[in-house]
Design a binder for this molecule. Structure first.
Ligand code: HEC
Length: 196
């Protein structure tokens, strides 16, 4: 009897361990975590016009990313030349579902100021603003290739379609306060329905 019990325990343990293993390997990826909003001094910073779609800019961004411009700035040493992280914990830019949660402003803020308590340093002393935008234009090609950030819609959209937006006709004033609908006619309104 005792023996049998122990065998059972072992079976259960084995199943449990295997199960846990499966779960870990299936959901091994880190969960999707939205970044915090950009602080006020970055909230209005946006990708310069034309950069998302300019192959020269993107190529310059790639040179920065791989450390070819300045060996002290080598994003690829942690984030991987092909976007596959080399250092544990480095953000994986290939993960579209994660990266689409980053506005251009948040992205720029993080590159400028780094992420406290992690290996991601602030780069603003080593990269001009322009270079930071270029490297971002490149970094986004891993998971958001062909996309640009639409500031109005606050969403990633195909390159060339941002801004053209206002399907919802923006709030152009005017129309809104049309003459009040002749309010009076409350034939039904007030008197409580007297149940007969
Ligand atoms: C020494 C390793 C290292 C280097 C070099 C490095 N990073 Fe990072 N980076 C990290 C790590 C680690 C994280 C994840 C930080 C965290 O946990 O939020 C990160 C995160 C990021 C993020 C996302 C921040 C967030 O809020 O999720 C961006 C964008 C980024 N890096 C851009 C760059 C750029 C651009 C460069 C080069 C100029 C660069 N990194 C160089 C390690 C590095």
């Amino acid at each position: 009897m005792k023996r049998k019990n122990r065998a059972w325990v072992r079976v259960l343990l084995a199943v449990g361990v295997a199960g846990a293993g499966l779960i870990v390997s299936a959901c091994g990826e880190e969960p999707i975590v939205p970044p915090p909003p950009a602080p006020p001094e970055y909230a209005d910073q946006h990708m310069p016009a034309g950069y998302w779609s300019d192959p020269d800019i993107i190529e310059q961004g790639r040179q920065i990313f791989i450390g070819a411009e300045n060996i002290d700035v080598n994003c690829a040493s942690c984030h991987g030349k092909d976007g596959k992280p080399k250092k544990a914990g480095a953000r994986d830019f290939r993960r579209t579902d994660q990266m689409k949660l980053y506005s251009d402003s948040v992205w720029f803020w993080r590159v400028s100021e780094g992420v406290k308590g992690t290996k991601m340093k602030p780069w603003k002393s080593k990269l001009s603003e322009d270079d930071r935008w270029k490297v971002i234009a490149y970094e986004r090609t891993f998971g958001l290739k062909g996309m640009e950030y639409d500031v109005v819609k606050a969403a990633w959209v195909p390159v060339g379609t941002a801004g053209s937006a206002s399907e919802d006709g923006a709030a152009e004033g005017g129309q809104a306060d049309k003459a009040p609908v002749d309010g009076a006619g409350s034939e039904k309104g007030s008197p409580e329905e007297t149940p007969q």
